[in-house]
Design a protein around this ligand. Structure first.
Ligand SMILES: Cc1cc2nc3c(=O)[nH]c(=O)nc-3n(C[C@H](O)[C@H](O)[C@H](O)COP(=O)(O)OP(=O)(O)OC[C@H]3O[C@@H](n4cnc5c(N)ncnc54)[C@H](O)[C@@H]3O)c2cc1C
Length: 406
């Protein structure tokens, strides 16, 4: 029986709502604090694969995921004139398994997880933690709204720029591993009539991609990624600086880059970041823990962030339910999940070389490898990357029915 009863989770994203779901199912009291005023649908597409699909099955959300599945037919690569260089099944790039994995907008996944927990969980929107005091037997928390409350545990599920990590573990730059790229993401009108597909254009060290998440959607998601070895500092937080930097990186590039840069300048959901991983020697400290991107963001180049978030939430909740103390649970969470996280973070180079070749030679090699694949798209591997399915979940099978805390 656990010494933990009430848990505060910061962040109602993938990891936060999934953790809330499992903790509630195991009998814990849960409050989730989210800085946004609501859960928003849509956004860029994310994949769920391997072990994360096993967690989704245990949550009973597979039918909803299949319903929301985008069914991307292909990823096409074009040259500066827009002529197709190659067209492959998306799994050829992501290392996923066709017919097993699902791909859906991140916001749709977040909304689904919220919808299955909202009746049981105390969600507080428009609020955030501003102070944490670990008093040994509980954590005293001050909120931006002015409220103050104590919890047995506080878990940061507040994404790659985690507030809880900063408050309890230290400044972000202690834990980031930049991959050497920046990216800008935004929505724009689907002027090319794209339908359930991705179209990518590369010049060495740069990638521009459009994702159509549905049958001829009104809007597509645009991603502009480019090599940028420097840390950006304070100025790097200004959207006008970020847009100029992105436009400069793609100056003179072909395809429809002028149209993309124009759309970026006026977009309402422009988002910019450094491509980075979060690597920490420990994900917990005292009565505070981290889950998902906050603890082990693998970067979008692995396509594994949502899957790690879902699996991490399941393992953390399972260990809290099985262990007598949070110290034991936290230690087991770290020990059991760490190899899975390491394996998946290590796939970043595979993703990078497939998506953003940095020299002309690498780009030509990638394109000619894809041209061969174009002829044999049916010959996709039936198993995905081993890292995706490497987490053994069997020891948690008995939990949901057997454990219910008083
Ligand atoms: C362009 C792009 C493409 C991607 N593609 C894929 C892919 O194909 N497959 C994949 O698996 N992953 C992909 N990812 C990564 C994926 O989106 C993340 O890894 C995943 O969403 C992590 O979930 P999370 O719950 O840990 O964090 P998030 O989804 O970031 O959620 C964090 C939540 O915390 C909230 N929050 C933040 N700060 C505070 C605060 N101070 N107080 C309260 N709440 C706060 C946020 O509003 C948000 O709701 C991609 C990411 C990007 C940017």
């Amino acid at each position: 029986m656990s010494n933990v009863r009430y848990v505060l989770i910061s962040g109602a994203g993938i990891a936060g709502s999934a953790l809330a779901y499992w903790l509630h199912r195991y009998g814990f009291g849960v409050t989730v604090v989210e800085q946004a005023d609501s859960i928003r649908e849509g956004g860029y597409p994310v994949d769920l694969r391997g072990s994360a699909m096993d967690v989704a099955e245990r949550m009973g959300i597979l039918p909803d995921l299949r319903q929301a599945h985008i069914h991307s037919a292909r990823a096409s690569f074009v040259d500066e004139e827009g002529e197709k260089v190659a067209s492959v099944a998306p799994e050829w790039i992501t290392g996923g398994v066709r017919g097993h994995d699902v791909e859906l907008p991140r916001g749709t996944l977040a909304a689904l997880l919220y919808s299955i927990t909202r009746d049981d969980i105390d969600y507080r929107f428009n609020d955030s933690v501003i102070e944490l005091i670990d008093e040994g037997d509980e954590v005293s928390v001050a909120f931006k709204s002015g409220a103050r409350k104590s919890f047995d545990l506080v878990i940061g599920a507040d994404g790659i720029h985690s507030n809880i990590r900063r408050l309890a573990f230290g400044p972000e730059d202690w834990f980031t591993r930049p991959i050497g790229f920046c990216y800008a993401g935004f929505s724009m009108r689907n002027t090319r009539g794209l339908s359930r597909e991705a179209v990518c254009y590369n010049v060495p060290g740069r990638m521009a991609a459009l994702y159509a998440a549905g049958h001829q959607p009104a809007e597509v998601f645009a991603l502009l990624a480019f090599a940028h070895p420097y840390l950006l500092g304070e100025r790097g937080r200004e959207p006008s600086f970020q847009k100029d930097l992105t436009a400069h990186a793609f100056a003179g590039a072909g395809w429809i880059l002028p149209e993309l840069i124009e759309a970026m300048r006026v977009s309402k959901d422009f988002y910019f970041d450094v491509v980075q991983q979060i690597r920490m020697p420990r994900w917990t400290r005292g009565r505070v823990g981290l889950v998902g991107d906050a603890a082990y963001a693998p970067s979008f180049l692995t396509g594994q962030g949502s899957s790690l978030a879902l699996v991490g939430a399941y393992i953390l909740a399972g260990e809290l339910a099985m262990n007598a103390s949070h110290e034991q649970a936290f230690a087991a969470y770290q020990l059991k999940l760490y190899p899975f996280v390491e394996m998946n973070q290590a796939t970043v180079e595979q993703g990078r070389s497939g998506m953003i070749p940095v020299t002309l030679e690498q780009l030509r090699e990638r394109n000619s490898a894809m041209c061969c694949e174009t002829a044999s798209t049916e010959a996709l591997p039936s198993r995905g990357r081993p890292a995706h399915a490497a987490m053994d979940l069997s020891e948690y099978d008995h939990l949901a029915s057997a454990i219910s805390l008083p």
